[in-house]
Design a protein around this ligand. Structure first.
Ligand SMILES: O=c1[nH]cnc2c1ncn2[C@H]1C[C@H](O)[C@@H](CO)O1
Ligand SMILES: [Zn+2]
Length: 364
């Protein structure tokens, strides 16, 4: 990434719950894969130019235009080898940035153009994650990566994808999600998939409250039973800031009372117009109100970001300190779709010691 990240922030242990595989491909890899597979639709043919093109095109103020850029990454992720490579590099890049646990999502249905089956897609990505984990461990940066299977909300494959999420749950697929354009495609369109997952005791999150407001969040939680909210930033529309102290409406109060995790992605929201700036992003107010806030990248390529960069911007522009970073990290680990004992172990053995060491460092 092109941003200068301070080594002390990079060294902190991080937990990432909302990151898209097809939104985090290395620009150089997009170029190389395009050559290898004969994909000739890339708009630019040098690495820096392509990185800039993704960032600038995604910087559109609209989710729909932001999403158009994914055609270029999905276009080169249509073979087993390409999926394996992208997944392996993803795990390695996250580990290099200090991420110790990540849930990375993608939509298997988008990778069938050259004849792969849904199962082959999932198995290629899983194998890539395992390869990336092994390489990261040998480089001294251990990471655990789990997959979330996404169904596209405008399509009609959600039930099939939900069944695959259940079928592969003991093979490092931790859950399910829906993504894509939000307006016009409410979560209840996929109620059948969510009801199936609940009967199966399976985990799922829903992109809601990003480009569309409270009705989307309400449906995701109260009709569909989402365990977490992808973004959820528009929950602020149910918080009255006109008086001396913020007053929560019933939906906002429910989200906070139930400790429903918000997978917040500040840089992405600035690009799609869901927030004015990182400084003014609702994440800081929601942290102060003690919502179960987590910090995420969404799409590292399109937003030219990383977990370290998201953290650094909050420190530099929104007054966050080390305790705040520790708090969102523990929040995220508590909210992961990983079994309870494994979450506790990561909190006690990795996250807390990492932040204690950083605090001692700051003191010295
Ligand atoms: O922030 C997002 N909101 C809704 N959909 C998104 C977002 N970021 C990526 N996607 C879509 C585009 C990808 O192709 C798909 C699967 O990762 O998910
Ligand atoms: Zn997303």
């Amino acid at each position: 990434m092109s941003h200068e990240v301070r080594p002390k922030i990079k060294a902190l242990p991080k937990v990432l719950l909302h990151d898209h595989l097809d939104g985090g491909v290395r620009p150089a890899t997009v170029l190389e894969l395009a050559k290898e597979v004969g994909y000739d639709e890339l708009p630019v043919d040098d690495v820096q130019g392509l990185a800039d093109w993704f960032r600038d095109s995604a910087d559109s103020g609209s989710l729909v235009r932001y999403l158009e850029t994914f055609a270029q990454t999905v276009g080169v992720m249509q073979t087993r080898d390409a999926l394996f490579r992208v997944a392996s590099e993803c795990a390695q890049d996250l580990a290099e940035d200090g991420v110790v646990y990540a849930e990375v999502r993608y939509a298997p249905e988008q990778h069938l153009e050259q004849g792969l089956t849904l199962e082959q897609v999932i198995e290629a990505v899983n194998a890539g994650f395992r390869d990336g984990e092994a390489r990261a461990a040998s480089a001294g940066r251990p990471i655990r990566v789990r997959a979330l299977l996404t169904a596209m909300r405008h399509a009609a494959k959600s039930r099939d994808i939900a069944e695959l999420a259940v079928r592969y749950r003991d093979q490092e697929v931790a859950g399910f999600d829906i993504a894509g354009a939000e307006a016009g495609y409410p979560p209840t369109r996929h109620l059948d998939a969510f009801e199936y997952l609940r009967r199966e005791n399976a985990h799922f999150t829903i992109h809601a409250g990003e480009a569309f407001g409270l009705p989307s969040i309400w449906e995701a939680i109260q009709w569909c039973g989402a365990e977490r909210l992808g973004h959820g930033v528009r929950i602020v529309d149910d918080i009255d800031l006109s008086g001396d102290a913020p007053t929560l409406g019933r939906l906002a109060a429910f989200v906070r009372d139930r400790r429903i995790p918000l997978e917040m992605c500040p840089s992405s929201n600035v690009q799609t117009g869901a927030a004015e700036s990182v400084a003014a992003h609702p994440i800081t107010m929601l942290k102060e109100l003690r919502f179960r806030v987590t910090l995420n990248t969404d799409n590292r390529l399109m937003s030219d970001t990383s977990m370290s960069w998201e953290m650094q911007q909050l420190v530099d522009e929104a007054g966050w300190n080390l305790d705040d970073l520790r708090w969102v990290t523990v929040n995220a680990m508590k909210s992961a779709f990983l079994p309870f004992e494994q979450r506790l172990t990561l909190i006690e053995d990795v996250i807390k010691p990492g932040y204690d060491a950083a605090a001692r460092n700051l003191g010295s």
